[in-house]
Design a protein around this ligand. Structure first.
Ligand SMILES: Nc1ncnc2c1ncn2[C@@H]1O[C@H](COP(=O)(O)OP(=O)(O)OP(=O)(O)O)[C@@H](O)[C@H]1O
Ligand SMILES: O=P(O)(O)OC[C@H]1O[C@H](OP(=O)(O)OP(=O)(O)O)[C@H](O)[C@@H]1O
Length: 204
């Protein structure tokens, strides 16, 4: 049995389809369930449904052998896990955005984000001094109500920015979901994990 941590929501839905396409027989009811632990004896897989930012923690600590997480989460959490495969699902990008036409005329602009480490590294690399303000969601609110000058957040279709009168200024990083593996599991359950990687590789 392999234990897989992944976020509820969009990644779980896309990952289920991917795993089915790779030949793992997973029940259709899985997508609708409110259970946080789902097991398929037939596929020999147990899913642990977690908050996106917590997935690398479960894998690093070895309570899950495998995880599926966005590259955004992996960049932010920097956990000690193997990243083995780009699943190319939940594609989006991280971007700097703000109010259209608003220039940065303060010495230390305020940057609101759910990704404080990624944002800090981005501005450090550019040699720009900023103040990072950590938020947990609805980041687009920050410039609208004067909490921040810019945001660093996920953009997919661009609808959230557009409907809130915001524009993208800079791209920070392309994002897709990745398969990660616990270091010990990688050796202890090598053949099982390798088989899963190979089957997924054929279809991504
Ligand atoms: N609009 C989007 N389109 C495509 N992928 C996205 C989008 N937003 C986020 N993602 C990707 O999906 C992952 C999970 O995002 P999701 O929206 O399911 O959770 P969340 O809102 O970030 O989490 P939380 O439950 O903490 O609010 C992100 O880490 C990112 O990689
Ligand atoms: O470009 P779009 O297609 O509009 O998608 C981008 C939005 O999707 C994510 O939000 P999510 O729905 O996960 O909510 P959150 O603000 O709670 O993170 C992200 O934080 C943006 O707000």
């Amino acid at each position: 049995m392999l234990t897989i941590a992944m976020p509820k929501g969009r990644i779980f839905e896309e990952a289920l389809q991917l795993l089915r396409a790779a030949g793992f027989p997973l029940p259709l009811e899985f997508a609708q369930s409110r259970k946080l632990i789902l097991t398929s004896e037939e596929a020999q897989l147990t899913f642990i449904l977690a908050k996106p930012m917590d997935v690398p923690t479960y894998v690093e600590h070895g309570v899950c052998d495998v995880g599926i997480a966005g590259k955004d989460v992996l960049l932010e959490e920097q956990k000690d896990v193997y990243e083995v495969l780009d699943l190319k699902i939940s594609a989006c990008h991280l971007a700097v955005a703000g109010i259209s036409g608003q220039t940065l005329d303060v010495v230390t602009p305020k940057i609101a984000t759910k990704y404080p480490k990624v944002a800090a590294a981005y501005y450090r690399d550019k040699g720009e001094q900023v103040e990072i303000i950590k938020l947990n969601g609805s980041i687009e609110l920050a410039p609208l109500i004067g909490l921040a000058d810019r945001i660093v957040d996920i953009v997919s279709t661009g609808r959230t920015l557009q409907e809130n009168g915001l524009v993208e200024f800079e791209k920070v990083s392309e994002i897709t979901s990745r398969m990660i593996v616990n270091r010990a599991s990688y050796y202890m359950k090598g053949p099982k994990i390798q088989e899963m990687v190979e089957r997924l590789k054929e279809i991504v």
